[in-house]
Design a binder for this molecule. Structure first.
Ligand code: NAD
Length: 543
């Protein structure tokens, strides 16, 4: 296997023994990275990152990473061995005390450098995302940008960690500071290979914590570049470690007593299990889970704006966004009539390789994801859905892509709760249309849905918008904005079944999640102490 990673053998001194260890260098660089799909000869090994070194795992179990546009294997990634997991956790644990002692200014200057490096490496990161995940290059740059914005916001740490103090009695002061927790673990999904690792990592660093991060085993390449950039920015060995694998890795991370908090983003099954198991083991957890996001359109909406927005939000990234619009709620007969325009515009979208600048949406992540999405469409049709636009069976004209996981934009109408297309998260380019008679029914529909990630209303009425924002039960609400993800000076605020935990990702809540308060009360008397005849043992009664 020729590799993007060049193998070199280095002798390292193990504890009490001398052993050989293979270290790797990522062979993508800021100037050299794939601009198209790669050949078999260019396959690369995905390393782990421990103590600031890229390590070739000694695992017996390796997983293939497929390019979703060709289904060719592009890389392999290990199921990190128990010894490698132990080494990573112990490395982060040992690095914690020294890292928390770095002054906040020093950690902030590393964060500034990290931001600069992320900007320089944006295209390199995006190209790795296209290769392993399939989204278009432009969209992959957006994936990096939304993570970069969290890194930029983390540079505000000197304000975010500002303590408060008060002279509570004469010469007596109480100060409250926030301190880091220790080792944090992040468990990441496949759909945002750069953004989701960056939802936690920069805040972990500036707050003085250390991290063991597990990227999705399907798309680990971008996270490995991020690890390299941390090292280049001056993050000391052990502060950032990255391991790989599936359940065995996660089980070790969520049970090990040295890990104090878990940040998870992914599907409901893994999320509920991880939340329950990690909290049972005494850890803080923030877990972002699945979604079903509605867009409600009222007859007074700007039709052209709505048609453009709904297509972008439903079909961008092939619907593999946790904030993608998957349900369109048309209110009344008139807006239902606008569906023909939605379909006409959706037909203009080009399905294909993410490296092709003419492509609007890439493939689904795997043949299994494609099969499941098609099955849900089939079943929904049996349940009474009508297909307005059918993306099943899309064949790419270029023979290089005949094995890709293609599903074209699909629009289903006559959908209602109880049908698979409404009840399940499809995570593909499928828009389900529900028609209701009144605005109140539309609000009721959204509020009854178990998920609460995102919702949007298209209208030109301020009064309707006001009624909507006050009465809707969903964590991220947009008015004439189809995907209302807040920038990182706020937090990512999904609610209901889309979130488990108390403190959301990034923003003030993110920093609170990663730190614990400590109050310190001191008395430095300016006048001499006046002894009484005997010690006072009652609680003070004077104020
Ligand atoms: P996933 O749940 O399959 O995997 C997420 C992570 O959990 C991976 O690292 C995986 O290795 C691990 N994992 C999977 N099953 C596990 C198990 N049984 N035990 C232990 N670990 C397990 O999710 P995915 O398919 O990678 O990502 C898509 C999902 O993520 C969608 O449901 C999407 O809505 C959700 N998501 C949510 C948000 C959000 O902010 N709400 C953002 C992005 C993605």
């Amino acid at each position: 296997m020729r590799s993007f990673a060049t193998l070199r053998r280095r002798q390292l001194l193990g504890i009490g023994s001398r052993r050989l260890r293979s270290t790797l260098t990522l062979s993508t660089t800021v100037h050299q990275y794939p601009h198209t799909h790669i050949s078999k000869e260019e396959q690369y090994i995905t390393p782990s990152f421990v103590n600031n070194e890229f390590i070739k795992s000694e695992a017996k179990t390796w997983y293939d990473i497929h390019d979703p546009a060709t289904n060719e294997v592009v890389s392999t990634v290990a199921q990190s061995t128990p010894e490698e997991l132990e080494e990573a956790i112990s490395s982060s644990d040992s690095a914690f005390n020294a890292w928390r002692e770095y002054s906040v200014i020093k950690r902030q200057s590393i964060a500034f450098k990290f931001v600069e490096l992320l900007k320089l490496n944006m295209d390199r990161l995006a190209s790795m995302i296209v290769l392993e995940q399939g989204k278009t290059f432009q969209d992959a740059r957006g994936d990096v940008l939304r993570g970069l914005q969290v890194a930029e916001a983390s540079c505000n740490v000197t304000n975010d960690l500002m303590s408060s103090s008060l002279e509570v009695a004469s010469d007596m002061e109480t100060k409250m500071v926030r301190e880091p927790l220790g080792v944090i673990t992040s468990i990441c999904p496949f759909n945002f290979p750069a953004m989701v690792p960056l939802w936690s990592l920069p805040l972990v660093l500036v707050s003085g914590n250390t991290i063991v991060l597990k990227p999705s085993e399907r798309v680990p390449g971008a996270a490995m570049i991020i690890a390299e950039l941390c090292r280049e920015a001056g993050v000391p060995p052990g502060v950032v470690n990255m391991v790989h694998g599936k359940h065995d890795t996660v089980n070790k991370l969520i049970k090990d007593p040295r890990i104090k908090a878990v940040t998870f983003v992914g599907g409901d099954g893994a999320g509920k299990y991880i939340y329950e198991e990690a909290t049972r083991n005494g850890k803080r957890v923030q877990a972002n889970l699945g979604a079903k996001n509605h867009l409600i359109v009222l007859p007074d909406a700007d039709k052209a704006h709505f048609v453009n927005a709904v297509n972008g939000a439903a079909f961008g990234a092939a619907g593999q966004r946790c904030m993608a619009i998957s349900v369109l709620v048309t209110v009344g007969k008139e807006t239902h009539g606008w569906l023909d325009d939605v379909v006409a515009d959706a037909k203009k979208l080009t399905v294909g390789s993410g490296f092709d600048s003419k492509t609007d949406l890439g493939p689904l992540i795997s043949p299994e994801a494609l099969e499941r999405a098609e099955m849900i469409i089939d079943d929904s049709v049996k349940q009474g859905a009508e297909i307005m636009l059918d993306g099943r069976g899309y064949k790419h004209p270029n023979p290089q892509f005949t094995k890709g996981n293609w599903l074209g934009p699909t629009i289903l109408k006559n959908i209602s709760p109880g049908m698979r297309a409404y009840d399940e998260e499809i995570f593909g380019p499928v828009l389900s249309v529900v028609n209701v008679d009144t605005f109140d029914e539309a609000i009721q529909l959204v509020n009854s849905n178990k998920y609460g990630n995102g919702v949007s209303l298209f209208t030109s009425s301020g009064s309707s918008a006001q009624k909507f924002t006050k009465n809707i039960n969903c964590g991220q609400v947009g008015v004439n904005v189809p995907i209302p993800v807040p920038l990182p000076m706020f937090s990512f605020t999904g609610n209901k079944a889309s979130f488990l935990g108390d403190l959301n990702f990034y923003g003030k809540a993110g920093m609170t999640f990663l730190t614990q308060p400590k109050t310190i009360t001191t008395l430095w008397k300016t006048t001499p102490f006046e002894p009484s005849s005997k010690p006072s043992v009652s609680m003070p009664t004077q104020t």
